[in-house]
Design a protein around this ligand. Structure first.
Ligand SMILES: [Zn+2]
Ligand SMILES: [Zn+2]
Length: 393
């Protein structure tokens, strides 16, 4: 990408934010351990004149900037946490911490929002209140919920909230929007079957949990194919089946681990109902006892049409229509920004990290992944324009 979208006076500083991104990348921190990252973010925001609140949702940071007399308020969120993966990207700024890496690009989301924060503080006119929300623990631990439990939207009321995520496999700097349900709910289900162990030579004197588990795995496959409307989206994945050790021993216990996803709350309810029924009745038919531990994870992420249209329009005017997909596909991945969007309307959008065949195409959560620094400038320019237009008085 050659074109520059930030004000000319700020373009020379993009390099500074690339350095910040690489510094965060080299020092990854897992969920609720983002002390170094949060300190860096808070320090920068203070330097630029933001009112800074730390410790919200343990390691979350909010930077607030007020201008004019306007009553409108806007929230923009970036995530800060890394993943428990050993990095193999080979980059000069590769993780210095074994077993931890920024494999989802949250280092880039944070640096991009900092670049925007700096540009906005320097020379953007607006009328209202801007809250920049730097969130911990997006990767499964629910940092958004923790920040909200600590009063995020009571202390920092927002009329709308926005967030972005990089997207490998899509041309670098290409913006992708979707209104309505955009990312799936995600529930974790743990099933324990209890039978009676015995000698593999005398199966009739035991109650075999392994055969019951195998049958349950197959029965679960009928939920998506036979119970869910074919025009709806649903996933029932059995990711683990643990039973037995030896070829001549019938295992007393078996465990199944499931990931259950949907793009519609009613489908989510149907999946739960059918899984409970099938497991219970299958178990009974094999004379084993089933215990089901159902852990509700992230909700369906729903973008408001009004705010998606607004953000799409901002991107189109900034980058041109051919750099924007207004109606992208929904994803079966999940994202805890969904909980913020349940409380405040807004839009979660994607920015391409690099097209097929380019280094940026490496999928997130892969040990070879790296955030594409070329996104910092267009990403920041997008946030700057969104702020000036949303809070235009
Ligand atoms: Zn991730
Ligand atoms: Zn992510």
């Amino acid at each position: 990408m050659q074109a520059t979208y930030l004000a000319q006076s700020l373009v020379p500083r993009v390099g500074e934010f690339i350095r910040i991104r690489r510094d965060i990348h080299a020092h990854p921190e897992l969920a609720f351990e983002e002390h170094r990252t949060a300190t860096l973010v808070a320090q920068k925001l203070r330097d630029w004149g933001y009112e800074v609140t730390t410790g919200l949702g343990r390691t979350g940071v909010v930077g607030t900037l007020r201008r004019g007399q306007g009553g409108k308020s806007l929230g923009i969120r970036a995530d800060m946490d890394a993943l428990p993966i050993t990095e193999q990207s080979g980059a000069d700024w590769q993780s210095t911490v074994p077993g931890k890496m920024h494999a989802c690009g949250h280092d880039g989301h944070t640096a991009t929002l900092l670049a925007a924060a700096h540009a906005i503080a320097q020379d953007v006119r607006f009328d209202g209140t801007l809250h920049l929300i730097f969130q911990p623990a997006e990767e499964g631990a629910g940092g958004a919920v923790q920040m909200m439990a600590d009063g995020l939207f009571e202390k920092f009321p927002c009329d709308a909230v926005f967030a972005l995520h990089n997207m490998p496999g899509v041309e670098a700097g290409h913006f992708v929007f979707r209104s309505g349900p955009t990312m799936a709910s995600s529930d974790d289900v743990f099933i324990t079957l209890k039978g009676m162990g015995g000698h593999g030579a005398m199966p009739h004197k035991s109650i075999d949990t392994l055969v019951a588990a195998a049958s349950i795995v197959m029965a679960l496959q009928t939920i998506v194919s036979r119970n869910v409307d074919p025009l709806q989206t649903a996933v029932v994945t059995v990711g683990a089946i643990l039973a037995g050790q030896a070829n001549n021993v019938i295992p007393e216990e078996a465990t199944l681990k499931l990931s259950v996803r949907a793009l519609d709350p009613e489908v989510r309810t149907l999946l739960k109902q059918r899984i409970l029924e099938l497991v219970e009745l299958q178990a009974r038919s094999y004379r084993v006892k089933a215990r089901i531990d159902w852990r509700e994870g992230y909700a369906v992420l729903v973008n408001s049409k009004e705010h998606t249209d607004f953000a799409t329009d901002v991107a189109m005017r900034l980058f041109g229509n051919d750099r924007v997909t207004p109606n992208g596909p929904a994803l079966t991945a999940s994202e805890d920004f969904a909980f913020m969007l349940e409380k405040v309307p807004g839009c979660y959008l994607f920015v391409g990290n690099g097209g097929p065949g380019s280094p940026g195409a490496c999928m997130v959560h892969n040990p070879g992944y790296d955030f594409n620094d070329d996104l910092i400038e267009p990403g920041a320019a997008f946030w700057v324009k969104l702020v000036s237009e949303f809070l235009s008085g």
